[in-house]
Design a protein around this ligand. Structure first.
Ligand SMILES: [Zn+2]
Length: 475
């Protein structure tokens, strides 16, 4: 009898301890979440610097000279140390940042088709969400796949996707800002290809970047592009027909040109920031600096951004809150780009749409990273999904089923350069991540089916729209 009692007592004590631990955890978690301030009614300025590598930015690489202006700004920001893009390409990656779902769900690609897949109509974008709440909305993008034909214009009062760089976009934005009445809340989206290939900065920076590389094929080709009337037409000739035969000097020359573009972008961001500060906008606005993917310079034998290694998926993410609240906070946990939309809405005191994958991460900002937080991404190329990626800070799995590259597993903790593929030995440490990826496959399938009804291609969309108009659903 005593033994039974003793066992019962032990169970009671254990149960009480467990309940206490749960209660303490919940209290602590609530406290952690509540200690993150919210800014209802604040404006939001969302700056996407296309193709900006994480390690090109001073706050991440420790070299002040890389981006001195962003370095100063970062001191006033929440710095996300391990932000992971949703895809290696512009269209799908931005669509995920706008909607809070993976590319496998929204289906937007860097398409070559005449009737491309749009962001599903039934899937709200951040611009639509804020416009519904009375925000004035404004977007200036540098074109390419970030255009209205993929649905990126949805929710914006003013949307333009002319390729003209920050030097044109900043004055246009400031002029629009100066016309806003009564400090109305606004959402502004600015996107630039300033650091994208063919890496042409201004003449002085460009020539300085080529010093020491004059004899390389890169120098010859990039000069030809810089001197041509239309970079967009000739830009691709930097890579076509010879990218596989790059020498290490070619890669270094390309990286030097890229760094010059980063410097130029940084100077422009510095100008914009000062203008916003002098107008008092930063007291009542959040500012986000992010990129949609990185860029390769020979780490895995190639250039540009067609792969899914960390030099492509890890991106800078800085969030400057009104009045520089929480400035200097560094978030070590991995943060997927699909969390960006719900997290920003939460900071603005607004609920996120239901039935999206992304979740506000504010309750985790002050929670230490375990290194086991899983994030997922998709490798895409033009109209194809080439595979899924699952990643923690310890392991990374490339699941390219049906693709010649098949499965690749890297132990990031000991091999951050992703050089040694361990897939053949099926490492036990990666097993849990594989199981999580399997679960994600079901999530993507279910959500993709849910949003299927909202799918429309660029061609059918207009007729659908006209039809809805005729039925009185659209004014
Ligand atoms: Zn891009």
């Amino acid at each position: 009898l005593d033994r039974i009692r003793g066992r019962a007592l032990l169970w009671s004590v254990l149960t009480l301890c467990a309940a206490g631990a749960v209660a303490l955890f919940l209290l602590w978690e609530r406290h952690a979440s509540e200690s993150v301030p919210r800014f209802p009614g604040a404006s939001l300025i969302f700056i996407s610097i296309d193709t900006l590598r994480r390690d090109a930015v001073s706050v991440y690489n420790g070299k002040r000279e890389s981006t001195p202006h962003l370095d100063d700004i970062a001191k006033e920001c929440v710095v996300f140390d391990d932000a992971i893009a949703a895809s290696n390409n512009t269209g799908p990656s931005h669509a995920s940042m706008f909607t809070g779902v993976s590319a496998a769900v929204h289906g937007v690609l860097n398409t070559q088709k005449k009737a491309p897949q749009l962001i599903p109509r039934t899937l709200p974008t951040i611009a639509e969400r804020l416009k519904e709440r009375g925000y004035k909305t404004f977007a200036r993008a540098d074109g390419g796949y970030l255009a209205s034909f993929l649905g990126f214009n949805r929710g914006f009062d003013s949307f333009d996707s002319t390729y003209n760089g920050l030097t044109r976009k900043i004055p246009a934005f400031l002029a629009w800002l100066d016309e806003l009445k009564n400090r109305e809340p606004f959402f502004a989206f600015l996107h630039t290809y300033e650091v994208h290939s063919p890496y042409i900065s201004n003449r002085q920076r460009f020539e300085a970047a080529l010093r020491g590389f004059e004899e390389t094929e890169v120098a010859r080709r990039v000069r030809m592009i810089a001197n041509s009337a239309d970079w967009l037409e000739t830009g691709n000739s930097l890579f076509t027909d010879w990218r596989r035969s790059f020498t290490s000097d070619d890669f270094r020359a390309l990286h030097s040109l890229y760094a010059a573009c980063v410097e130029m972008m940084d100077a422009n961001i510095g100008l914009l920031y000062n203008e916003l500060k002098s107008r008092g906008v930063l007291d009542r606005a959040m500012v986000v600096f992010v990129s949609d993917h990185g860029e390769q310079f020979g780490e895995h034998g190639d250039v540009q951004h067609e792969e899914a290694y960390d030099e492509l998926l890890r991106v800078p993410l800085l969030v400057r809150l009104p009045g520089a609240a929480m400035g200097g906070t560094v978030v070590k946990r991995s943060f997927s780009a699909i969390h960006l939309m719900p997290t920003l809405l939460d900071w603005l005191g607004l609920p996120a749409p239901t039935m999206i994958e992304g979740k506000s991460q504010l309750e985790f900002l002050n929670v230490p990273a375990t290194g086991d937080e899983a994030v997922f991404a998709h490798r895409t190329c033009q109209d194809m999904f080439l595979g899924d990626v699952a990643r923690t800070q310890r392991w990374k799995i490339f699941d390219f089923e049906g693709h010649p590259l098949g499965k690749r597993i890297f132990h990031l903790e000991v091999d951050p350069g992703e050089k040694e593929n361990l897939a053949a030995s099926a490492p036990a440490g990666a097993k849990h991540l594989e199981e999580l990826l399997d679960i994600e496959h079901s999530v993507w399938k279910a959500l993709s089916e849910k949003y299927d009804a909202g799918r429309a291609s660029g061609e059918t969309e207009k007729s659908t729209f006209d039809q809805l108009k005729g039925l009185g659903y659209v004014r």
